[in-house]
Design a protein around this ligand. Structure first.
Ligand SMILES: C[S@@+](CC[C@H](N)C(=O)[O-])C[C@H]1O[C@@H](n2cnc3c(N)ncnc32)[C@H](O)[C@@H]1O
Length: 400
């Protein structure tokens, strides 16, 4: 039987081999070339299913450019300075970084070489599921990449760790099956974290983190890795308060919890378990440099000055001002994107946060600097008119 769509491909695999792991299901649903969600759909932005920070407002890219310029200076201003961006998506972040790099530092802008990498074609970038580069000096920047990586799902039944597989029901639909773990690596991961799940607790485990960090280490000789994603340390990630796990599905800017609905037509994502990410990065040779909430990171780099500039800007229509302020506030919303985590790792660079304002843990940039002129949203960003609100988790979900 020749599979023609994602559902057909999944059924073929299950009929041939029996129930498949959730990680395999998620990999096919999101990345199978012939109909996988990210392979074929415009997932992001107003016409897609959800917003990310780069698509929300260009101030995100402008402030990241400021952070990258500082990293470049800490590294002794190398020429060229590479910024590799796996999971570049629409390419908007790379374009904004390039657009606003000169505002951060004209010499940095001249040294900057940005390359977007994605499993789907990205304008001016590279199509790949890994980083096909070696000997890089610069930064690897991953915004909302790790939350889109396939994960295994586990639970505890009868006091034993079990894995959640995907099988077929009598009508050919997908259904969950509970079975022996497909690999000892699942129990080993939880043991290494000192985590014991309670009976009935469901949780996700990303076994791909180690390989991802090694891939980054192979590419990057000297510089920083910046990871931005919604995540928690292991203790909170596997806390009984999250006993349903962190899996979320998005379609048409609406959230649901059913990964088996319309395979290939909706996004599936999970929060990132940060303790294992840190361990994987350290095992791959990186030092931990610092972490901040997205709100703290952006504020440390000058977010409030940009916002004040939009408030005071002359000659813009009230509608434009309101829309820009709404998008800006979305970037730092404490119950949404503002609570995302920004992590920095380094190799061959100082393991200190010094000189990196995004990690300086202060409420806003040092006063007295030049007043910043904020970029305003373009057609690439959140629309200025009535728009779907970003599909952010609700406060109940975040605190569950
Ligand atoms: C949630 S989207 C984020 C896109 C973009 N970073 C942003 O913030 O707007 C995740 C992106 O990662 C890409 N992706 C997933 N796995 C990847 C991999 N192994 N290598 C490169 N890109 C990948 C997907 O195709 C998708 O474009």
């Amino acid at each position: 039987m020749k599979a023609v769509d994602v559902g057909g491909e999944l059924r073929r695999r299950i009929v041939e081999r029996g129930p498949i792991t959730f990680a395999e299901f998620m990999d096919v649903v999101l990345y199978w070339p012939n109909g996988g969600y990210y392979s074929t759909r415009a997932a992001l932005g107003a016409q897609g299913d959800f917003y990310t920070a780069p698509l929300t407002h260009p101030v995100f890219g402008a402030l990241l450019a400021a952070q990258l310029a500082q990293m470049w200076r800490v590294m002794g201003s190398p020429q060229p300075f590479w910024v590799l961006e796996p999971g570049a998506g629409t390419g908007t972040l790379g374009r904004d970084i390039a657009r606003y790099a000169a505002g951060a530092d004209p010499a940095f802008a001249a040294a900057l070489r940005h390359v977007g990498v994605d499993v789907r074609a990205v304008a001016g970038g590279v199509r790949s599921d890994h980083l096909p580069f070696r000997g890089v000096r610069g930064v690897v920047l991953a915004n909302e990449l790790l939350d889109a990586m396939p994960v295994h799902r586990v639970t505890v039944a009868g006091g034993e760790l079990r894995e959640l597989f995907v099988g077929l029901d009598g009508g050919g639909g997908f259904e969950e099956r509970v079975g022996e773990p497909s690999t000892p690596a699942l129990a080993q991961r939880l043991d290494a974290l000192g985590v014991e799940l309670a009976e009935g607790h469901r949780a996700e485990i990303n076994l791909g983190l180690d390989a991802w960090c090694l891939d980054v280490a192979d590419a990057l000789d000297e510089g920083y890795v910046l990871v931005i994603d919604y995540g928690h340390e292991a203790a909170a990630y596997y806390d009984a308060a999250r006993r349903a796990g962190t899996l979320r599905c998005y379609a048409g800017h609406t959230l649901n919890m059913d990964p088996y609905r319309d395979p290939g037509a909706q996004d599936i994502s999970v929060h990132v378990e940060l303790t294992s990410l840190r361990k994987a990065a350290e095992a791959a040779g990186f030092s931990f440099v610092g972490s901040a909430s997205q709100a703290g990171f952006l504020r440390g780099l000058g977010f409030e000055e940009y916002r004040a500039d939009v408030v005071a800007r002359r000659g813009i229509a009230p509608r434009v001002r309101t829309a820009n302020l709404r998008a800006l506030d979305t970037l730092v919303a404490p119950d949404g994107m503002g609570a995302f985590c920004v992590l920095a790792f380094g190799v061959g660079v100082p393991a200190a946060r010094e000189g990196l304002d995004g990690f300086a843990a202060r409420a806003s940039r040092t006063p007295g600097g030049p007043r910043l002129s904020a970029p305003l949203a373009t057609a690439e960003h959140m629309p200025l008119g009535p728009a779907p609100e970003p599909a952010m988790p609700t406060w109940e979900e975040l605190t569950r």
